[in-house]
Design a protein around this ligand. Structure first.
Ligand SMILES: *Cc1c(COP(=O)(O)O)cnc(C)c1O
Length: 352
């Protein structure tokens, strides 16, 4: 099989050695002669996988001691509701910067009062709002660090007078983040951390236990914390795969290295988008995402020809989201710069 350049938006590319380590774990887990798919999650081998995954993530992200790390099912989408279930008493404050952020708002409304402090919906989510005030009487402020569908990214986080909660599904581990600024961070694994099926929640314990409502067990962060993220059977295999990926991140140089690679990939592609007369970017330049680069052809009638050209070069997954059209090149941690070079070459040759 010839090389495929995988720009998939999610589930997304993983390093080959991570895939290989997963195959090995499926065939012979920790030398047990059994598959990781067929052992108890309460056995010592798997408990040590969970502990090592937590420890490695702590190390990579510099997560302070006061935080707990949970591995939950239900996707980032369940966190939209779970955050509000556990934190919303008076009011949740939300920054609405895209489809996922809007979904977070929608789910929070099931739990109570929501204030959207700012939205970029007026311009098809093509920028990140900057002039807004986070109300001091909110229970928390929720934002989305990277807007996967539109391709915008918060370049910095505000000083929040209240607990800050962030959906980092599509840029976690791609840049340094000061975790201590946040009360809770969550991320579906399938973009930058591993396969689909597990969501990582990083939560500072002292923000919990403050709402008056009853919280059913599965929805209750405290229950999951008390049971060391094994209240029910955790997503065993996705956690195993996340660990293999975290080990890879650590081995190649940690988050600093991921950040360098992300900048190199994004600069290369945005340079081409900005300088090639056939294309234009769809996001305000200062808010562009290093993970998802969205662009369109100035002349839509060239679409079929362009599609044929990138497909012929072995490029996969750059069609824009069904709600936005155009193109989206997702450049997550495992994407080699050579894949971006391949895409840029196609764009250059297409202009010639
Ligand atoms: C993909 C994505 C989601 C949805 O994740 P699921 O795991 O499918 O629920 C939420 N937020 C962001 C930022 C995403 O990129």
């Amino acid at each position: 099989m010839s090389k495929v350049h995988n720009f998939s938006a999610g589930p997304s590319i993983l390093p080959k050695e991570v895939i290989d380590a997963c195959v090995e774990g499926i065939q012979n887990f920790s030398g047990t002669g059994l598959s990781v798919l067929e052992v108890s999650h309460r056995g010592k081998e798997f408990i040590s996988v969970v502990e090592e995954t937590q420890a490695t993530l702590k190390e990579l992200m510099g997560i302070p001691e006061a935080y707990e790390i949970l591995f939950l099912g239900g996707g980032a989408s369940l966190q939209f509701l779970m955050v509000a279930y556990n934190l919303l008493e008076t009011k949740g404050a939300y920054l609405k910067t895209g489809v996922w952020a809007a979904n977070a708002v929608k789910e929070a409304k099931y739990m109570g009062n929501v204030e959207v402090v700012a939205s970029s919906e007026d311009k098809n989510y093509s920028y990140i709002p900057k002039d807004y005030t986070i109300p001091a009487d909110a229970d928390y402020f929720h934002c989305t660090s990277n807007n996967t569908i539109y391709g915008s990214q918060m370049q910095s986080f505000p000083e929040s007078p209240v607990t800050m909660v962030c959906d980092m599904s599509s840029d976690i581990l791609s840049r340094q983040v000061d975790v201590s600024k946040f009360g809770l961070i969550y991320a579906g694994a399938q973009k930058n951390m591993g396969p689909a099926g597990v969501t990582v929640v990083i939560v500072r314990k002292d923000i919990l236990g403050k709402v008056s409502r009853q919280i059913p067990s599965m929805m209750n962060y405290k229950v999951h914390i008390d049971k060391e993220t094994m209240f029910n059977t955790p997503p065993v295999f996705p956690i195993f795969a996340v660990l293999q990926n975290l080990k890879w991140v650590k081995k190649v140089g940690g988050v600093d290295e991921m950040q360098k690679r992300a900048a190199a990939r994004a600069n290369l592609l945005y340079d081409e988008i900005d300088n090639n007369p056939l294309f234009k970017g769809t996001i305000a330049a200062e808010d562009r995402s290093q993970m998802n680069a969205c662009f369109v052809l100035n002349d839509e009638s060239l679409e079929e020809k362009f599609n044929a050209a990138w497909k012929a070069a072995g490029i996969s997954g750059i069609k824009g989201h069904r709600s936005t059209g155009g193109y989206r090149a997702s450049m997550y941690n495992a994407l080699p710069i050579e894949s971006v070079e391949a895409l840029v070459n196609v764009m250059r040759n297409f202009n010639k």
